[in-house]
Design a protein. Structure first.
Length: 135
C-alpha cells in the first residue's frame, strides 16, 4: 500500500481520478468495492476492481487519499478537501488559459453564459465581501 510519510508530490487529477475523488468527497469514507459500484453504475463498459484499486493506491501516493484498515478491508477518505482541489484546478486553468488574469477568466465565465439575475446578485455580494476584506 502506501504510507503518508512517503508521499510523492501532489499530481493533477486526471478525469478518472477526479471521478473517484468526487465519490470519496461525497461519501467521506469508502472501500474500493463501494467506489467500483458507484463508478460502474454510470457506465456501460464496466471497470475492473483492480483498476479502481490501483487508481486509489496512486491517489494515496499522490497525497489525495488516506486510508485505514478495518479488519480485512481498507477504507479510504480524502486527504485533500474538494475546495482545495477546486482551488488548484482554477489556479492552473487561470494560469494556462487566461494569462493568470482573474479578470479575463471572469469575463469568459460571465460574458458567454445564461447566468440568471439571481446568480449575478449573489456574485455581486461575494465581490463586495472580497472588496471589504481587501481594504
Amino acid at each position: 500500500m502506501f504510507n503518508g510519510d512517503n508521499m510523492i508530490k501532489k499530481k493533477k487529477l486526471s478525469d478518472a481520478n477526479y471521478e473517484i475523488m468526487k465519490i470519496v468527497w461525497d461519501r467521506g469514507e469508502v472501500s474500493v468495492n463501494e467506489v467500483l459500484a458507484a463508478v460502474n453504475s454510470k457506465r456501460e463498459k464496466k471497470v475492473k476492481r483492480s483498476t479502481i484499486q490501483t487508481q486509489m493506491q496512486r491517489l494515496g501516493q499522490y497525497g489525495w487519499l488516506k486510508f485505514r484498515k478495518v479488519k480485512r478491508e481498507f477504507l479510504f477518505s480524502p486527504a485533500q478537501s474538494r475546495e482545495k482541489a477546486n482551488e488548484r484546478f482554477i489556479k492552473n486553468a487561470r494560469k494556462r488559459m487566461f494569462k493568470n488574469s482573474p479578470f479575463e477568466m471572469a469575463k469568459c465565465l460571465f460574458s458567454n453564459s445564461d447566468i440568471s439575475l439571481d446568480e449575478l446578485d449573489r456574485i455581486e455580494k461575494l465581490l463586495n465581501q472580497i472588496k471589504k476584506k481587501k481594504q
